[in-house]
Ligand binder design. Sequence first.
Ligand code: SF4
Length: 263
Amino acid sequence: MVKEKKVRHLLGISGGKDSAALAIYMRDKEPDMEYFFADTGAELPETLAFVDLMEDYLGKEITRLNAGRDFDYYLKLNGNFLPTARSRWCTTNLKLKPFEEFVGNNPVISYVAIRADEAYREGYVSTKSNISAVYPFKEDGLNKDDIVKILDESGLGMPKYYDWRSRSGCYFCFYQRKVEWMGLHDNHPELFEKARQFELYHKNKGRNHTWSENESLDEMLMRKDEIKAQALIKEQNTLKKPKKLMDSLLDDDSDDGCMICFK
Ligand code: SF4
């Protein structure tokens, strides 16, 4: 008789608030849960610290994927061409493939941290037939306020980078807003400098690569005050909008970003 393969329960920690809240929410509901974190090697220090905290809180190992194959490794493999929103080899190599390797061939239930107030999102849907996704927040009607409450009540609170940036992900992520680049400059000047050096490397090779659309980091720095002032005006205008619209505008996950990176 063929022995049935054991079903694995997997939950990916991104370093963001939603996946953290889902891990807390599911901790006592699914005792066999396995946690993983696809470390790109270019994570913010705040993200790494938060994942360590999560591990202590959960009382279980969070498996770090990508050992020895970080961003720099794949950058070389890609001929030093930096990823962009149109050529997002970073997500494929540093998030999706390691996840599918980690999954293997056993049947897997993947727990996805999409909230009830973002019903239009699906998250990463694998093409592997042994993976099926479940959405506990959507199924149980939990929205953003509930997620913040779960994190507050756990004592973990929000990851620290939320003071200046709206998402987890690589320090140079091309999905971040210009004001967030300025936040990187203020909070981690050494990482900003590394990102700047990537741009300069391309420039010296006669290529025009900018992380942010149509503007280099040097150009952004020259108008730092203006970028911050514009972001403040935008935020104030957003606060004046009616509640429903405000929620969607303030929704820090609402941009067309890297789903598997940010949840
Ligand atoms: S966080 Fe941004 S840069 Fe990093 S893997 Fe995701 S899309 Fe790519």
